[in-house]
Design a protein around this ligand. Structure first.
Ligand code: TYD
Length: 210
């Protein structure tokens, strides 16, 4: 039986990770077993790649960055996602291939046909059944990531990119949603955590029942 593949996407500070935590608690309480995973870092080698990719002290060439995200994804698809889906599980991934289109394509400026080829190579055509795109203005997301970094850890290598980088990433995500409205659902996260969680559940619950 084929499982269900759901991804969460959005610019840094969009509230995606908080919502993912709440959703996973909710699903567990309701007896829906899910595999929670993420990119980069959903495998053991991937967690090492993640540390290198996000280290703010590391000077990573954009081509290297593109290829390492793709390497992380290839391992994730072949060793985690495909086996779990083949076993009929519901898999939720914190980021997936749309992030490469948005960050490396629009953010770094790689040609869209190169991005498509690399995404295809790494995913072997595995496309999510549903993608929740958490959307917020860059101004608000930046103030959230600043607050978060003041409260605990530092901002990572991509968090510290300029606002125009994050604007391009956001626009690219919204463009993906416009071109694939059946797969990608945009959720405005400018309200409270609870308001956003209500919107997430309104989309997810009926989807998981069908
Ligand atoms: P994320 O997991 O959202 O980190 P956190 O929630 O801990 O801040 O993000 C990891 C970063 O990696 C994020 O800035 C987006 C970036 N990224 C890409 O640039 N390309 C990709 O293909 C992926 C999966 C992530």
């Amino acid at each position: 039986m084929a499982g269900t593949f759901i991804t969460f996407e959005g610019i840094d500070g969009s509230g995606k990770s908080t919502q993912l935590r709440l959703v996973s608690n909710f699903l567990r309480e309701h007896g829906c077993e899910t595999v929670l995973t993420r990119e980069p870092g959903g495998t053991t080698i991937g967690s090492r790649l993640r540390a290198a990719l996000l280290d703010a002290n590391e000077e990573v060439d954009p081509l290297t960055e593109l290829l390492v995200f793709a390497a992380d994804r290839a391992q994730h698809v072949r060793r985690v996602l495909r086996p779990a889906l083949a076993a009929g599980q519901v898999v939720i991934s914190d980021r997936y291939a749309d992030a490469t289109v948005a960050y490396q394509g629009a953010g770094r400026g790689f040609d869209s046909s190169l991005i498509s080829q690399i995404v295809e190579l790494a995913t072997e055509g595995l496309v999510p059944d549903l993608t929740l795109l958490f959307d917020i203005s860059v101004r608000e997301s930046t103030s959230r990531t600043m607050r978060r970094s003041n409260a605990r850890n530092k901002r990572d290598r991509l968090d510290i990119e300029h606002a125009d980088f994050h604007e391009r990433v956001r626009e690219a995500y919204l463009q993906i949603a416009t071109s694939e409205p059946n797969r990608v659902k945009v959720i405005d996260t400018s309200g409270s955590v609870e308001t956003t969680q209500g919107k997430v559940k309104a989309i997810l619950i009926p989807f998981l029942r069908t």
